[in-house]
Design a protein around this ligand. Structure first.
Ligand SMILES: CC(C)(COP(=O)(O)OP(=O)(O)OC[C@H]1O[C@@H](n2cnc3c(N)ncnc32)[C@H](O)[C@@H]1OP(=O)(O)O)[C@@H](O)C(=O)NCCC(=O)NCCS
Length: 239
């Protein structure tokens, strides 16, 4: 809950705003402003961007004009997926960190864990090697997810012609189809660059395995990683 930057008492909307919010979210609430106040109170995250504040929860984003406290609109999160740019490389440590699997009830690892050589190899000097390809998802001008490949001797290495994939989204954006969009876009980029398959490594307990299977990955090997975790190596044929 992060409502301290919005003055809930001053929140209001216009007639048009009310119509837009009801239509976009298919809600029947009698008092849309009250509905939005409750939403903002419970929001997972509230972000200021330009003149607006964006409150996120359950795959929905509410847009509020920060100065006037007007609720402008609300709609399901809709991320734009595009090629990774050089300027996006700065986000890679964050998405590498977010890609680390944290089983339920386990404390998140220190951020510095990404500096471990066997992990850092996924982003070190990204953009300088053949097979360094990436896509990002952007919401309200902010990069909220990334998927990228490299040909490196890391956990999911198969051979020197098979780029290994890594993917993650910021936690509040998971489970709304954005990861699927990122993967499909990246498969297209890989095909366009002449690659015929892509690999990855995933911990056996990670629910992402089902996500990968749905996207056409098959388990080809089981391995232990440097911490003794059991991993599956998976391959997706691109033809
Ligand atoms: C894995 C991940 C990229 C999928 O993207 P997404 O947008 O959440 O996925 P989609 O909405 O397109 O597809 C939903 C599927 O993703 C998987 N998924 C959803 N939330 C997840 C989460 N928090 N962690 C892992 N996988 C998740 C599930 O298989 C889900 O299928 P289900 O709805 O039938 O349970 C994203 O959830 C994520 O960043 N997870 C944490 C990082 C991670 O595990 N990366 C992979 C390391 S190998």
């Amino acid at each position: 809950m992060q409502n301290s930057i919005i003055d809930l008492d001053k929140l209001h909307t216009t007639e048009l705003g009310e119509v837009r919010i009801k239509r976009n979210l298919s809600i029947q609430a009698d008092d849309v402003v009250l509905w939005c106040k409750e939403f903002v109170k419970q929001a997972d995250i509230i972000i200021g961007q330009g003149k607006n504040l964006y409150a996120y929860k359950n795959g929905v984003v509410i847009t509020i004009n920060a100065k006037s406290n007007t609720i402008i609109t609300a709609h399901p999160i809709n991320a734009k997926v595009r090629l990774m740019r050089t300027s996006d490389y700065l986000c890679l440590p964050e998405f590498l960190y977010q890609a680390i699997f944290i089983p339920e009830g386990v404390e998140p690892p220190y951020r510095s864990m990404v500096n471990h050589p066997q992990i850092f190899v996924y982003i070190k000097d990204f953009g300088t090697r053949p097979g360094d390809l990436g896509v990002v998802a952007e919401s309200k001008g902010r990069v909220i997810g990334a998927a990228w490949t490299r040909i490196i001797h890391a956990y999911g290495h198969i051979n020197d012609e098979t780029p290994e994939l890594a993917i993650s989204l910021l936690p509040e954006f998971r489970g709304y189809g954005i990861g699927t969009k990122l993967m499909k876009k990246l498969f297209g980029v890989l095909r366009a660059n002449g690659y015929v398959q892509t690999s990855l490594s995933v911990q056996k307990d990670n629910p992402a395995i089902e996500f990968y299977k749905r996207l056409g990955y098959r388990i080809v090997e089981e391995k232990l990683d440097h911490e003794g975790n059991e991993d599956f190596i998976m391959i997706k044929k691109l033809k």
